[in-house]
Write a protein that binds this ligand. Structure first.
Ligand SMILES: Cc1cc2nc3c(=O)[nH]c(=O)nc-3n(C[C@H](O)[C@H](O)[C@H](O)COP(=O)(O)OP(=O)(O)OC[C@H]3O[C@@H](n4cnc5c(N)ncnc54)[C@H](O)[C@@H]3O)c2cc1C
Length: 381
């Protein structure tokens, strides 16, 4: 694709995002959903109809085969305008769609990708267990081979949107003698399958997603619902994590820019000591630092998106973008709260929502300490 048609595609796609948000989740609606803990599951078929869930997928499945550089900018725009919708977009497209595309079977792809692209099938990742957070290779959920499939027993926790999903992408230990990342297989488990028990977890932010503790009690999973090669699931999972990290980084950039813009507007409007607080150099410098952090994060995030678009290796860059963008967001949300002061602490303030949501991202989806471990390893340390 040449640069002109790429920028036309991008402009048209971002216009679609803006129209969608204006119509279905403008700011008052976003605030209501956050207040009432009402995630936008109901908007997904409309997001699909608008063509936005198929962006990176091949046309044979109903997708648009656009490069990841377009996807990243869409995730950034959603982060800026309606972050909770962006989060749902990410879990579905990255944990569901990209997993199916990368290591799903032909049948799974043919059946599930078109439904996902239409917004009719949602996906969750059920990786984390009570004893396996950062140490994902320590999972103990056990799958035993039986005739025609597997019997799965174990417990997963903090799985986002699991109950509302069509399938949970679930790593299970299929070889009990293997240790760490070996002997794990990815399976598709329906949340309403016999033996699945769900308890909702309450939390302080990210009201746009639901969180579940999941008991798996002798759940039957047919051979047809195994994704990728048996015992190689961990490697399959690792081969798609850069998509989720790229998505989170882009969303964080959007949310961070929003926080800076709110801070600038407030600093201009709020007067103390007879002048707008934006006239104080300490406020100006704080905002300058905030914008610099966001711009740095945006550059590495776009660079990562270009590497993904070109099919180049990006393990280090994905970890770097995740760290830089989530820490930029954390920084600007915190400084934004300082600039807004009491106005930011009020429940109706958008800054407090961004600040609460931001707290998750430096430890969620692989903590930033683990990302630094990855970066160090990639540097040969
Ligand atoms: C709202 C929310 C949504 C989530 N969504 C999902 C989801 O959809 N699917 C899913 O599977 N999981 C999900 N999670 C779980 C999330 O991925 C984990 O919280 C995360 O991986 C960290 O695991 P942990 O909380 O057990 O922390 P721990 O692993 O106990 O870590 C605690 C601290 O120790 C540090 N640490 C641990 N090991 C090391 C090390 N080797 N070197 C340096 N520091 C280390 C960590 O960085 C962290 O600071 C979600 C969590 C939340 C809160």
């Amino acid at each position: 694709m040449d640069n002109t048609s790429q920028s036309d595609d991008l402009r048209l796609t971002l216009d679609t995002v803006d129209r969608f948000v204006d119509r279905h989740i403008p700011i008052d609606e976003l605030r209501r959903r956050d207040r009432e803990h009402a995630p936008p599951f109901d908007l997904m078929p409309m997001l699909g109809a608008a063509g936005l869930l198929g962006l990176p997928f091949p046309t044979e499945f109903g997708g648009q085969a656009l490069p990841w550089s377009v996807v990243a900018r869409v995730e950034e725009r959603l982060g800026y305008r309606a972050a909770m919708l962006g989060t749902l977009f990410d879990t579905t497209v990255c944990f569901g769609g990209m997993s199916l595309l990368t290591y799903g079977t032909e049948r799974q792809r043919a059946e599930l990708l078109p439904r996902m692209i239409r917004g009719e099938a949602l996906f969750a990742l059920a990786l984390t267990e009570p004893g396996a957070g950062s140490d994902a290779g320590a999972i103990q959920t056990r799958a035993k081979k039986v005739d025609g499939g597997w019997r799965v027993t174990g417990r997963k926790t903090w799985s986002s949107n699991a109950k509302q999903s069509t399938f949970m992408v679930t790593p299970c230990r299929t070889d009990p003698n293997a240790r760490g990342s070996r002997g794990i297989t990815m399976m598709l488990i329906a949340p309403d399958a016999t033996g699945v028990h769900m308890t909702e977890l309450s939390k302080i932010g990210n009201a746009g997603l639901t969180s579940w503790d999941i008991g798996l009690d002798d759940v039957f999973v047919s051979d047809d619902d195994v994704m990728g090669e048996v015992d190689r699931g961990f490697y399959n999972l690792m081969s798609t994590l850069h998509y989720a990290r790229a998505g989170l980084a882009a969303s964080a950039v959007g949310q961070a820019q929003r926080a800076v813009d709110i801070a600038i507007e407030h600093a201009r409007d709020r007067a103390q000591f007879g002048q707008p607080i934006s006239a104080f150099q300490v406020i100006q410098h704080r905002i300058a630092d905030m914008q610099m952090r966001v711009d740095q994060a945006r550059l590495i995030t776009y660079h990562l998106a270009d590497l993904i678009s070109d099919g180049k290796p990006c393990r280090r860059e994905a970890a770097q973008a995740k760290v830089i963008a989530t820490e930029a967001l954390h920084y600007v949300a915190d400084h934004g709260m300082q600039i807004l002061a009491s106005a930011g602490y009020a429940s109706e303030s958008d800054m407090q929502r961004i600040w609460r949501d931001a707290r998750l991202y430096t430890f969620g989806e692989g903590s930033n300490e683990i990302q630094r471990n990855i970066i160090a390893k990639e540097l040969g340390l």
